[in-house]
Ligand binder design. Structure first.
Ligand SMILES: [Zn+2]
Length: 213
């Protein structure tokens, strides 16, 4: 048991502070130690979980550069290999399934030649049904109206920016609003474009837990 002493009158050492003996005195440092250890473990687990989450969802951001490909090239390859269906927001025609990479720079509807095309990543059936409901003046829910509105904004971007708008919206976590901001700042620098997309994706993945989506 450590005892701290100072010199008293006559040079005799006397205790300045002496720890109490007994089970309670022994329990306290042990409890505090365990608490510190538990807190540190939680912090480590949280960090590992976030890293694991980031690795799963943004592999291009954390993969080693051993293959000589930069993050943006990996990201571009991943986006270009993604399957996509376009749906014409003007006439409702489905454009068939292709990969993002195979799309022309200025995609046009195969029926009416409009550039107002909605990129659909989970098939066109749901949106197509919604568009038919709207045409038939069927009562729509707020959620359905919001979905149609989002699809329209998405198609507006494809009309304005062509394939790049599809590329941007293929990235996980990038909706029409974020895509619109990134596309508005678009320059000729392709790498900067993909870097912006990657940053937006990482921001989405790392912050979504705070806004519950
Ligand atoms: Zn069309």
């Amino acid at each position: 048991m450590p005892v701290f002493r100072v010199k008293g009158v006559g040079g005799r050492k006397r205790p300045l502070f002496k720890m109490q003996r007994g089970p309670a005195a022994r329990a306290w440092p042990a409890t505090l130690g365990l608490l510190a250890l538990a807190t540190a473990q939680v912090a480590v687990y949280e960090s590992l979980a976030r890293l694991h989450d980031l690795r799963n969802q943004v592999p291009e951001a954390v993969a080693p550069d051993s293959l000589g490909k930069s993050s943006y090239q990996r990201m571009k390859a991943s986006i270009f290999g993604t399957e996509i269906s376009l749906l014409c927001a003007k006439c409702g025609a489905e454009q068939g399934v292709s990969t993002v990479g195979d799309l022309p720079e200025e995609p046009k509807c195969i029926v009416c030649s409009s550039g107002l095309l909605v990129p659909c990543y989970w098939g066109t059936a749901k949106l197509s049904d919604l568009m038919k409901k709207r045409e038939e003046k069927t009562q729509l829910t707020d959620e359905e109206r919001a979905e149609l509105s989002r699809a329209r904004r998405s198609a507006d971007l494809v009309l304005s920016y062509g394939k790049k708008a599809v590329v941007a919206q293929t990235v996980y976590g990038i909706g029409p609003q974020t895509a619109s901001r990134i596309l508005a700042e678009l320059r000729d620098d392709e790498e900067a474009f993909y870097r912006d997309l990657l940053e937006a994706k990482i921001r989405f993945v790392t912050t979504r837990q705070f806004w519950g989506s």
